[in-house]
Design a protein around this ligand. Structure first.
Ligand SMILES: Cc1ncc(COP(=O)(O)O)c(C=O)c1O
Length: 395
């Protein structure tokens, strides 16, 4: 059995299929944050020896996190969330008017808004590459969109809408062959898929830790290739990441990705990240990946077999991982979500900023399930039974 049953997990009898929003944090993550908060309540956060132990632990966690990104500790910055990590790249690079940034039509708001703001602020041009209704990006289409003004390609490795696993390495290699930088948004991949600089050949990787990785909210990571650290100017500056020369007043920042962290670190969230990384190490990223792969195939197969269900994105389920958007014909997805919640099954519905897919199918919303390794086939069966009952009521 590859499944880790939910019975092994703390919590309730809920079937939780919303990892793409945020997964239940692993016990190691919760314990690390709670123990810290309790201790700060008991002895105060700044007891000198305690404080020094905590800062040492944060640097250990930086090293442990680096292994998940096939990076060095110097290449890792802790951020408040995935969005902040993306913005630190966008605001940190120096742009010239007319620079072009390729943003495919597969992206969610956090990997669109900041690039659009740069258009207004510094006169760059956002170039959209279409993936179309399947949501699968074609490296050739990226190659065709590259001009001598292109500076960066930014895209998500795993779509939060369709679950498509993009050909990340091919895209990054195409970009690099033209001297173009790449930022990969790994918000949906981290903790589910083996990834990193060696596998992807990209320049920046951003992620949040509350989804596949099962850290807690308010925590993200940015991995910056060491050769590019100097090119990334800190957007935020303060006591944690700068020094001022008392004579000249010159501000200096560290030569590592830590330069991007300003002010007091979000200690509970980083300690929780350490717990989550440890849990992945114990469970094994390959095992997690394989389990989510099997569950995805099983869930998609059972949903398709129901009939009167539209599944969006690629028809070939091996192109997606963990995330399945669908609609039950004749049933409002919001109503479906509520009726499933009444039966203890948590899914999500919305438009997920999936313009091309919504347009292709002439719909305004869809339902989405997203799986993690703690889910089981039995839970999928329970979900299918509930959807099937809802389908019969819709007749
Ligand atoms: C693909 C993708 N990128 C970025 C983000 C933003 O992450 P955060 O919510 O941590 O800012 C999300 C989260 O919803 C996401 O799904």
């Amino acid at each position: 059995m590859t499944d880790v049953t939910s019975a092994d997990e703390p919590g309730t009898d809920y079937v939780y299929f919303d990892t793409a929003a945020a997964a239940p944090p692993v016990r190691e993550a919760v314990d690390a944050a709670v123990e810290y908060l309790r201790k700060t309540g008991d002895v105060g956060p700044y007891l000198p020896r305690f404080r020094s132990e905590i800062y040492t632990r944060l640097e250990e966690i930086r090293s442990e996190t680096a292994t998940l990104f096939q990076a060095t500790p110097e290449e890792i910055a802790f951020t408040r969330n995935g969005t902040e990590a993306i913005c630190l790249v966008a605001r940190g690079l120096r742009w010239n008017e007319g620079d072009e940034i390729i943003v495919p039509d597969t992206e969610m708001l956090s990997n669109v808004a900041i690039w659009r703001m740069l258009e207004q602020d510094v006169g760059v041009t956002v170039v959209t590459v279409e993936a179309g209704a399947t949501g699968v990006l074609d490296p050739e289409a990226i190659a065709e969109a590259i001009t001598d003004r292109t500076r960066l390609v930014t895209f998500a490795s795993l779509s939060n809408v369709t679950g498509v696993v993009q050909p990340v390495r091919d895209i990054c290699e195409v970009a690099a062959s033209h001297g173009v930088l790449t930022h990969v948004d790994a918000a949906q991949s981290l903790g589910i898929v083996p990834l990193g600089f060696d596998d992807w050949h990209c320049d920046f990787i951003s992620a949040c830790t509350r989804k596949g990785l099962r850290g807690i909210e308010g925590s993200g990571v940015l991995a910056v290739r060491s050769a590019l650290t100097d090119q990334l100017r800190p957007t935020l500056a303060g006591w944690w990441n700068t020094q001022i020369d008392p004579g000249t007043g010159d501000v200096t920042v560290p030569p590592t990705a830590r330069r991007l962290e300003a002010g007091s670190p979000n200690v509970p969230a980083i300690l929780a990240l350490g717990g989550a990384v440890e849990a992945v190490r114990k469970t094994g990223i390959d095992h997690i990946h394989q389990t989510v792969r099997e569950l995805t195939d099983y869930a998609a197969g059972r949903l398709r077999a129901l009939g009167e269900v539209d599944i969006y994105g690629p028809e070939d389920d091996s192109r997606r991982l963990g995330i399945i958007p669908f609609n039950l014909r004749g049933v409002d997805p919001d109503h479906l979500t509520t009726s499933l919640e009444d039966r203890g099954i948590i899914i999500e519905s919305g438009h997920f900023m999936a313009g091309p897919i919504l347009a292709e199918y002439g719909i305004e919303k869809m339902a989405r399930i997203s799986l993690n390794y703690f889910n089981t086939r039995q839970e999928i069966d329970r979900f299918i039974d509930a959807v099937s009952t809802r389908k019969d009521h819709a007749r």
